[in-house]
Design a protein around this ligand. Structure first.
Ligand SMILES: [Zn+2]
Length: 445
């Protein structure tokens, strides 16, 4: 996320990710200025402490300072544009001059008050939530009013409404572009990275009062786990940390052009000496104190300033939960896909791992109860499944199986029993019947 454009007001991109508090970098190569990247900044300078603090920073997770976030650190927003085309809704194709709908509203429609103006278009700046009206239009033949609703679960604000016409400017208004502004403050699960490819996910917003602090009383914005260094060897990040720290003290920026330092003239020595000049430790470390009990930490902590970037992968767009919900028509198993409120595949390997853990009830819950559990009838005499009676919702056993169910083979309903089966079993039996194979079930009651 960054500053992708300075003309957002005049654009109607499908989706645009921006940040709210951009800053210039303290350490940069010459090309940065040559291309005037400062006009399109990507991130913010963060005070980063390299310390394994609570365990919340394990495995590429990172701790964000809650107070920093509340001050605006890493806040972002999304500009989303939706085009509403009445010709498309009316099913008109090509260059036909036909008009079926026209934007507008009835005065007495109180449902629209505060959302949609008399021209049928939304007020700019309106806060919209799920199912709130965003525009309304008349059917010219029936006089009926239709209301278009906001279909996202996320709160948004109407940022702009553009009337779309043709070049002559004389066409009838048939389509509008509505741009939404959506605020995305950092939350647990959002992704961040610095310019060395060290990416991580926010695992907790730690209260500032419990963050470790330096002699000067400074708390870091980000806590970075030291285990991120050895295998990745991002030496540049350590140098940036030291350089960024001196840059913020001197009020200058440092050149990050590669190969300007050498074995004789080492970068860490150069910045180490600069640090010493402003009263810091040569190695970029500082004495720190536990934010929880105030005791001095035994090790000196490497702390400095690193440019951090917010990435567009956010939990808000990715999380998925389901107990029961939409099912597939054929198999009666959960559909897939986040958009459709579907399930996540629980395959054979997943099944095996639950088996290995001995959690059979959870297994039954996932693979049966919350999947395609069906109450079916069976004839105990001829051992066959009775024609498909199914209901995913009714999962209770009838104390007395319905007498109306009758085995056509035995011409009786005496031996009918109700059983719970996965719906696909019924499907399988039906498919096998199609190739002349009978399946028998021995049910003991
Ligand atoms: Zn029978």
């Amino acid at each position: 996320m960054g500053i992708p454009s300075h003309t957002l007001k005049y654009r109607s991109d499908n989706k645009m990710y921006t940040i709210l508090t951009p800053q210039s970098t303290l350490v940069r190569p010459v090309a940065h200025d040559y291309y005037e990247i400062d006009n399109y900044p990507l991130g913010t300078n963060a005070v980063v402490a390299v310390i394994s603090y609570t365990g919340y920073d394990m495995e590429d997770a990172m701790i964000l300072n809650k107070a920093s976030v509340e001050r605006g650190f890493k806040h972002g927003s999304i500009y989303k544009t939706e085009i509403i085309d009445l010709r498309e809704i009316g099913g008109i194709r090509g260059g036909s001059q036909e008009v079926v709908y026209t934007f507008g509203r009835k005065e007495d429609n109180q449902q629209l008050d505060g959302f949609v103006d008399f021209d049928g278009l939304p007020f700019i700046g309106t806060k919209v939530e799920y199912e709130d009206p965003i525009c309304s239009y008349f059917d010219l033949t029936t006089g009926e009013t239709h209301v278009k609703k906001y279909k996202s679960m996320e709160v948004a604000f109407i940022y702009d409404v553009k009337l779309l016409g043709n070049d002559s400017g004389k066409s009838v208004l048939q389509s509008v572009a509505i741009t939404y502004w959506i605020h995305r403050p950092p939350i647990i699960g959002d992704k961040f990275a610095n310019r060395h490819g060290q990416k991580g996910v926010c695992s907790v917003l730690w209260p500032q009062e419990n963050m470790p602090f330096t002699e000067g009383g400074m708390t870091p914005d980000i806590i970075f786990n030291p285990h991120g260094f050895p295998s990745r060897m991002t030496i540049g990040q350590m140098i940036e940390s030291m350089a960024g720290k001196t840059a913020s003290m001197y009020g200058t920026v440092h050149d990050a052009t590669p190969f300007v330092f050498s074995e004789e003239n080492v970068a860490s020595d150069y910045f180490g000496k600069l640090l010493e000049n402003v009263g810091f430790n040569y190695y970029g470390t500082e004495r720190m104190y536990s934010g929880v009990d105030g005791r001095q930490l035994e090790a000196d902590i490497f702390i400095g300033v690193i440019y951090y970037i917010r990435l567009r992968h956010m939990v808000g767009d990715k999380y998925q939960v389901r107990s029961t919900g939409p099912i597939d028509n054929l198999t009666h198993q959960p559909v897939k896909g986040r958009k459709r409120c579907g399930g996540i595949r629980f395959g054979e390997m997943e099944r095996d791992s639950l088996l290995a853990h001995g959690t059979s009830f959870l297994l039954q819950d996932r693979l049966f109860n919350n999947s395609d559990k069906t109450m079916a009838y069976i004839c105990q005499k001829c051992c066959s499944l009775i024609s498909p009676y199914c209901s995913a919702i009714n999962d209770s056993y009838d104390s007395e199986p319905k007498k109306s169910w009758k085995c056509r083979l035995c011409e009786s309903s005496e031996h009918i029993r109700q059983i719970a089966i996965p719906y696909v079993l019924q499907y399988l039996v039906a498919e096998l019947a199609a190739v002349n194979i009978k399946v028998k079930f021995e049910v003991k009651s």
